[in-house]
Design a protein around this ligand. Structure first.
Ligand code: SF4
Length: 303
């Protein structure tokens, strides 16, 4: 019989989830660049708790292919509905914004575009190439949808040579049909395996606190390691609105550390596991880590 987490409380946010709301002038500069170039960020669309901190450090995660997703996952704050037409100028605008922000490491994600005949892969590749051309020193991380695990679509993106290619498994297998829309746990694993088999750095992330058990998290880590993922992130699920999936529990920082140790035992090159970790939080450290082959990194919040 699997164990459940140490319960904290499901209603009152614990101390360790209190977030920094202070922002400085660099926050305003990032906001202006994003607005001026009519771009979307998952920082805003996803109501990320780290926005003040990341934007003040001049990092942001761009969201391409519009801000309307064709799926409707129960944990996600991104708008859902009829998606917008492809914006041909988007690759250049993303590239220009990254240059203006002076990013050393750029993270790009997208909504899921089940309506497009290539899942959005061609636009994805155009964005990566435009960013590379305008920012030759910047490393590029892409966080892609599952693309229905179609190798020919995934390859279109991989041929643009992002430095890290991620796809989030999001949750354990049992909860996937309940909280993810249309997505399947096994399809995500096939997508990740394909990325790794092409010799790319594969990354994935999951949220905890949705009602999964400890054993289920460990099994998910086993599955991610088995398909060749090198980087994994684990963070606390926070309910964006009352209409979203409820938080089942707040996982303690000690338990996050325990998960980190279990993940490192499974051979991941880099593991970020802490309450406020999101897949793009301090993402540049993961790349540095993979390249240098270090075993530990001590960033903010005990990463
Ligand atoms: S963690 Fe990622 S999504 Fe959240 S604010 Fe930072 S860059 Fe944006």
């Amino acid at each position: 019989m699997p164990k459940v987490y140490d319960k904290v409380t499901s209603d009152i946010k614990p101390e360790w989830l209190k977030i920094r709301l202070h922002s400085d002038e660099r926050f305003g500069e990032v906001a202006k660049i994003v607005e001026k170039h009519a771009l979307h960020t998952i920082c805003s669309s996803g109501m990320c708790p780290n926005k003040a901190e990341c934007w003040s450090r001049r990092t942001a995660t761009f969201m391409i292919l519009g801000d309307i997703c064709t799926r409707g996952c129960k944990f996600c704050a991104t708008k859902t509905g009829k998606a917008l037409p492809i914006d041909k100028d988007e690759p250049q605008r993303v590239a220009d914004s990254i240059r203006l922000m002076g990013l050393k490491h750029a993270v790009i994600t997208s909504v899921t575009r089940d309506d497009l005949p290539d899942g959005g892969a061609v636009q994805w590749a155009a964005v990566v190439r435009a960013v590379r051309q305008a920012n030759p020193e910047t490393t590029i991380e892409v966080l892609i949808p599952d693309l229905d695990a179609r190798p020919e679509w995934i390859d279109i993106i991989l041929e643009a040579h992002p430095d890290i290619t991620g796809h989030n498994i999001e949750t354990v297998e049992r909860l996937t049909p309940e909280v993810r829309s249309r997505a399947q746990y096994r399809t995500s694993l096939v997508t990740l395996r394909h990325i790794a088999e092409r010799g790319m750095i594969a990354k994935s992330g999951l949220m905890v606190g949705l009602g999964e058990t400890e054993e289920e998290v460990l099994r998910t880590l086993d599955d991610l390691a088995e398909v060749g993922c090198k980087i994994v992130t684990i963070g606390q699920y926070l309910r964006p609105t009352q209409q979203h999936w409820p938080v089942a529990e707040y996982v303690t920082p000690g338990k996050f550390n325990w998960y980190k140790e279990r993940a490192l035992e499974r051979g991941f090159a880099y593991v970020a596991s802490a309450p406020l970790v999101r897949s793009s939080y301090l993402a540049e450290q993961a790349l540095e880590y993979c390249r240098k082959g270090k075993e530990k990194i001590h960033g903010e919040r005990g990463l």
